[in-house]
Design a protein around this ligand. Structure first.
Ligand code: SF4
Length: 351
């Protein structure tokens, strides 16, 4: 149901709904699917949850929906922070008849939840062409592992065909149940890169995704083709490892530990948190949803272990006043494991 002639749309434009959104070329909010669900369920309350980067569009999506839905329907917007499909607003989910989660592919399907994945419309093959300089020529090594993020998943077939046309054999797999698609990686899960290839082409943005990928697969060359920032790099984990070693060293003197159990629906690792607290009388279990430096300040523990989203430790780690470690790093800091066992913290399963 496009509001705009095909000729006016850029190639790859996924927007096919929208009224207020008619100048928004990037995303398809699938309003028809939401309206159908409201009708089917005679819903009175519709909850919308957007990731941080799309919250500023929430008002316009609500405007469009209000116009399309019966007057008595109430549209609510989640004000909770949201960084992934692991991070559903469960309060809103329980209190609305239709709950829509935008921006992430499903971590776990449920009749209650409508997931609207939002894909980028950026072209991927120009940056892949540049990345060829870092790939071995097909006559030397034709096997390439291909991975991408949910945002670019709509072009995965195109990426694969492009490589095949240039003589490569593309190795892909679907990682585990935490991942929706073949070839998809998350900031906490790179199981899709576990393929029979010595080189992995990661098409996507972000600094830490490919670092985690490279640390998880140290035997492979990880080439990053970032179509959003138009840049190609080979992942280099050295700086990152130094930062992690420094945090572990600093935590070695800690007497009291705070062990964080994250209450977000897809970020809970209870067994991991409990195991640490049971084995250490000086470790205290802290439950919280959003893990920020401010929220920990008043506890005053010497160091923390984060069993929630691994990105909090790796991306935000330096912002915490005390060392913030992953569960694996904690074991190194207390002498239970050798220093060279340091690895990237990954998260498997759903809830
Ligand atoms: S746990 Fe963190 S990295 Fe994993 S999906 Fe959730 S927000 Fe992303």
């Amino acid at each position: 149901m496009s509001q705009q002639p095909e000729s006016d749309r850029t190639e790859g434009d996924l927007r096919n709904t929208g009224m207020e959104l008619k100048h928004e070329r990037t995303w398809d909010y699938e309003l028809d699917r939401i309206v159908d669900a409201v009708e089917e369920r005679d819903a009175m309350k519709v909850g919308l949850q957007f990731p941080e980067g799309l919250k500023r569009r929430a008002g316009r999506v609500a405007d469009d929906l209000r116009r399309l839905l019966p007057d008595e329907t109430t549209v609510l917007l989640s004000g909770q922070p949201c960084y992934g499909a692991c991070d559903l607003d469960t309060y809103m989910m329980r209190r609305t008849d239709v709950f829509v989660h935008f921006g992430h592919s499903p971590m776990k399907e449920s009749d209650k939840i409508i997931y609207v994945p939002l894909f980028s419309n950026v072209e991927v093959t120009p940056i892949m062409e540049e990345a060829r300089a870092e790939l071995a020529a097909p006559e030397e090594d034709d096997a390439v592992g291909l991975v991408t993020t949910a945002q670019h998943m709509n072009r995965f077939d195109e990426m694969q065909a492009w490589l095949e046309e240039r003589g490569y054999t593309v190795e892909t797999r679907r990682g585990d149940e935490r991942l929706t698609h073949e070839g998809q990686v998350l900031g906490c899960n790179y199981a899709s890169a576990d393929v029979d290839a010595d080189q992995i082409l990661y098409v996507g943005g972000g600094k830490f995704h490919p670092l985690g990928l490279a640390m998880e697969h140290p035997d492979k060359k990880v080439i990053i083709a970032d179509p959003v920032n138009n840049a190609v790099h080979v992942a280099d984990t050295e700086q990152f490892m130094k930062q992690r070693y420094a945090a572990v060293h600093k935590a070695m003197d800690a007497e009291e530990w705070g062990v964080i159990f994250c209450t977000k629906i897809g970020q809970g690792r209870w067994d991991t948190a409990e195991e640490i607290v049971e084995a250490n009388d000086n470790a205290y279990l802290i439950t919280m949803d959003e893990v920020t430096p401010d929220r920990l300040t008043n506890f005053g523990f010497d160091a923390y272990v984060n069993t929630g989203c691994p990105r909090i430790t790796t991306d935000d780690g330096p912002q915490f006043k005390q060392p913030m470690l992953t569960p694996g790093e904690y074991k190194i800091a207390i002498g239970e494991k050798p220093m060279d066992s340091l690895s990237f913290d990954t998260f498997h399963g759903t809830w």
